[in-house]
Design a protein around this ligand. Structure first.
Ligand code: FES
Length: 110
């Protein structure tokens, strides 16, 4: 049976504050460790087409290094302008030390 879940890495490979690019379901995503909790979000900023991989993770948020917007890693919502649109957040689960993401089912921000 087909499953949308894609293995994107190991639960131990990222330390707090680290992130890595992954591809799942044809999407470019970021796997992020925010204070020990893993999140999976769109790689690209919603403001302009710029990689959030070039930013940093602070206090549960990811910062875009181009214009300084922050996005909440739980909801994808921008918490600092200029971005006003959320980034997509994807369901993630950890099984036997492996990280799995469902790229077909982004979590709504409402
Ligand atoms: S491109 Fe990210 S805030 Fe402008």
């Amino acid at each position: 049976m087909d499953t949308p879940w894609v293995k994107v890495g190991s639960a131990e490979e990222l330390r707090p504050g680290q992130m890595k690019r992954v591809t799942a379901g044809g999407r470019r995503l970021l796997l992020c460790n925010a204070d020990g909790t893993l999140h999976c979000v769109d790689e690209m900023c919603s403001h302009e087409d710029y990689s959030l991989h070039l930013g940093c993770i602070q206090e549960g948020r990811i910062k875009c290094s181009l214009h300084g917007s922050y996005f909440d890693l739980e909801t994808g919502r921008p918490t600092v302008e200029p971005a006003t649109e959320p980034i997509a957040v994807y369901p993630l689960r950890i099984e036997a030390g492996e990280v799995w993401v469902d790229p077909t089912n982004p979590i709504g921000s409402d």
